[in-house]
Ligand binder design. Structure first.
Ligand SMILES: Cc1cc2nc3c(=O)[nH]c(=O)nc-3n(C[C@H](O)[C@H](O)[C@H](O)COP(=O)(O)OP(=O)(O)OC[C@H]3O[C@@H](n4cnc5c(N)ncnc54)[C@H](O)[C@@H]3O)c2cc1C
Length: 458
């Protein structure tokens, strides 16, 4: 059977469903094709379940630390992973259901199945051919499984399969010290597992500000996560009660033994089985789909949004891709992806939030810089909460007085940093913030003070 639509959205990640609903409300006939479940990575195996589980891990941590606050609990703190899992899945299901309702209310046709281009205007889904005038690819990414010796002989977990566990691993070995690895590492340690984190580079979160990156390692070690940095030449072997990760072949028997292994070694785009060649859509050597500033591929009637275009890698950037495409198509706007300021947070506890450039990126521009840092141990709100770990930092262009970047690694940092981000979007100088009066006691209250202490960077 062949069906025809004005617009076909492939994948229901963080851009597709919203774009599908918006186009349908504007009077177009729209089909959304999804091969698994609505909501993609964020809702099902990324942000939503992990942040729900981070909250459970925080509760366990707070319970263990309660005596510090004069609160005494009796007995041991015990975490039921089955209950943690069930709480997270309820939140996931609610989110999935509300997406389904939004699409139904807007009058979109949802087709469940794998879409594969068979021509520039047709995709095959099961037995059906679906024809469209315009296509919006939102197929996302999945955990990378590098070809490492012995990996095929062991059973390993990814960010998806780890979420199915209902019993705590005795000893979880996390391979990869990026955001996914450190979030799961701290979380499972707080749940009560032994955790070893293996990273090939000399620090965790190595793309972040160097001071923050060093502090992430300190934070995890303080909580009892064992770190194995500079791990070279990784290989895996099966053992009677678990798995051995070999972390150094040059110096002999460097081994990490665990009951479970999580691979958190990056992501690959879901473009290998999409039939892009049949449509004539270009992809790069890593499988990502190059797009222009308005997110069009090399074909004028096909757009690529979200992780598969390599212009973001986050839920908020995928959602912004939807906003850009919808505004340009339906409102005659000229919105561009290059207007976006990089912003991200890693949900360790405390969170690590970054907007704009890191110190290293700002120095690499060769501009004259003003810089200020402040320890979270000098922030009243952090002291009162008993959560003084971390640091905030701001970097300003000495000539224009505009903020180039900022980092808050500390309690409430993921929220407080938005006052800096908004001034960056407004293209105003940092003095806009130093003249503002913030509420006491908050973490944001110290941002004017931080900026008031800017000094030329050495
Ligand atoms: C563990 C983890 C935690 C994360 N936490 C955060 C966070 O806290 N904050 C944040 O901003 N980001 C986070 N991310 C990243 C975030 O999940 C993604 O950036 C986000 O989901 C955007 O993805 P997307 O819209 O590109 O597509 P995705 O959400 O990946 O969805 C793509 C959809 O397309 C479907 N699909 C693929 N191929 C086909 C096909 N051929 N036919 C039909 N359907 C297809 C897939 O089944 C999937 O449903 C996290 C990621 C992970 C892995």
């Amino acid at each position: 059977m062949t069906r025809s639509f004005d617009a076909i959205v492939i994948g229901s990640g963080q851009a597709g469903p919203f774009l599908a609903a918006r186009l349908a409300r504007a009077g177009r006939t729209v089909a959304l094709v999804e091969r698994k479940v609505l909501g993609g990575t964020c809702v099902n195996t990324g942000c939503t379940p992990t942040k729900a589980m981070v909250a459970s891990a925080k509760a366990a941590h707070t319970a263990r630390e309660a005596a510090r606050f004069g609160v005494h609990l009796q007995g041991e703190v015990r975490v039921s992973l089955a209950e943690v899992h069930s709480r997270a899945q309820t939140i996931v299901q609610n989110s999935r259901d509300s997406l389904g309702k939004m699409l139904a209310d807007a009058g979109c046709t949802v087709i469940l199945g794998q879409a594969r281009f068979v021509s520039a205007h047709e995709v095959q889904v099961g037995e059906d051919t679906v024809r469209g005038e315009q296509f919006f690819i939102n197929v996302g990414a999945r955990a990378a499984i590098p070809k490492l010796p012995g990996l095929e002989s062991v059973s390993y977990l990814t960010n998806s399969s780890l979420l199915d566990l209902t019993e705590l691993p005795k000893h979880l070995v996390v391979v990869g010290g990026g955001a996914v690895g450190v979030e799961f590492g701290q979380m499972f340690r707080r749940f009560g597992s032994e955790v070893t984190l293996v990273e090939m580079k000399s620090s965790l979160m190595h793309r972040e500000d160097a001071a923050a990156s060093a502090l992430v390692g300190e934070l995890l070690e303080q909580e009892g996560v064992q770190l194995r940095l500079n791990a070279k030449c990784l290989s895996f072997s099966k053992e009677k009660d678990g798995i051995c990760v070999h972390v150094d072949c040059s110096e002999g028997d460097k081994e990490v033994h665990g009951s479970h292994v999580l691979l958190a070694m990056g992501r690959v785009p879901n473009t290998d089985d999409l039939g892009l060649e049949a449509a004539g859509v270009e992809k790069d050597s890593a499988g990502y789909i190059p797009v222009n500033d308005q997110l069009r591929t090399n074909l004028a009637h096909i757009w690529a949004l979200g992780d598969c275009n390599r212009r973001g890698g986050f839920t908020h950037t995928a959602y912004n891709d939807y906003e850009i495409v919808a505004a340009n198509l339906l409102e005659g706007a000229d919105r561009r992806v290059s207007d976006r300021i990089p912003a991200r947070a890693t949900y360790t506890d405390p969170p690590l939030a970054q907007v704009g450039m890191t110190e290293e990126e700002a120095r690499a521009t060769g501009r004259e810089l003003l810089m200020a840092t402040r320890r979270m141990s000098t922030v009243s709100r952090a002291i009162e909460k008993g959560e003084t770990f971390g640091l905030m930092k701001a970097i300003v262009d000495a000539e224009t007085k505009r903020i180039l970047g900022a980092m808050i690694f500390g309690v409430g940092g993921d929220e407080a940093i938005h006052c800096i981000l908004d001034v960056m979007y407004a293209k105003q100088p940092y003095t806009t913030i130093t003249h503002a009066v913030h509420i006491h006691p908050t973490v944001a209250e110290l941002i004017p003070t931080l900026l008031g202490a800017l000094k030329p960077a050495d």
